[in-house]
Design a protein. Structure first.
Length: 141
């Protein structure tokens, strides 16, 4: 089991940042390896990911959503990972985003990826892509 914590500061107000993370169907636009997220209702989602040539689908439950503060989820099926994205207002136009994830790799490919630090780098790349996405959101529409 691995715990990953990564943070980044973005030039966007906290409400814009929170609203973007809360639009789960848009997450594949900046999270590499995430093919699709379906929001089934207010708390149930289905995720499709591709890792090392393997495609997996799993269900997750949103366990906490506090506007402009945080979003947390836990798996209901499939790969064991849970996480929290926290937004911290720095000032009117700048927000710190922190991702905390606990991942229980399953199978050879995921365990190797974890041991080599790929999962850790994967979260950092997702945050960097989010920063670019949110700071250029007017041109992303």
């Amino acid at each position: 089991m691995s715990t990953i914590t990564k943070a980044i500061e973005v030039e966007a107000d906290v409400t814009t940042v929170y609203d973007q993370w809360a639009r789960f169907v848009d997450l594949p636009r900046f999270v590499p390896g995430l093919d699709r997220v379906e929001q089934r209702d207010d708390v149930h989602t289905r995720w499709t990911i591709s890792i090392g040539g393997l495609k997996r689908t799993f269900d997750a439950t949103i366990t906490e959503q506090r506007a402009d503060k945080r979003i947390s989820w836990e798996p209901r099926s499939g790969p064991g990972h849970s996480g929290t994205v926290t937004m911290h207002r720095i000032n009117a136009t700048r927000t710190r985003v922190t991702v905390d994830m606990t991942i229980a790799p399953a199978g050879f490919v995921e365990n190797v990826a974890d041991k080599l630090g790929f999962l850790d780098r994967h979260v950092q790349i997702a945050l960097e892509r989010f920063k670019s996405f949110i700071e250029n959101r007017d041109s992303n529409a």
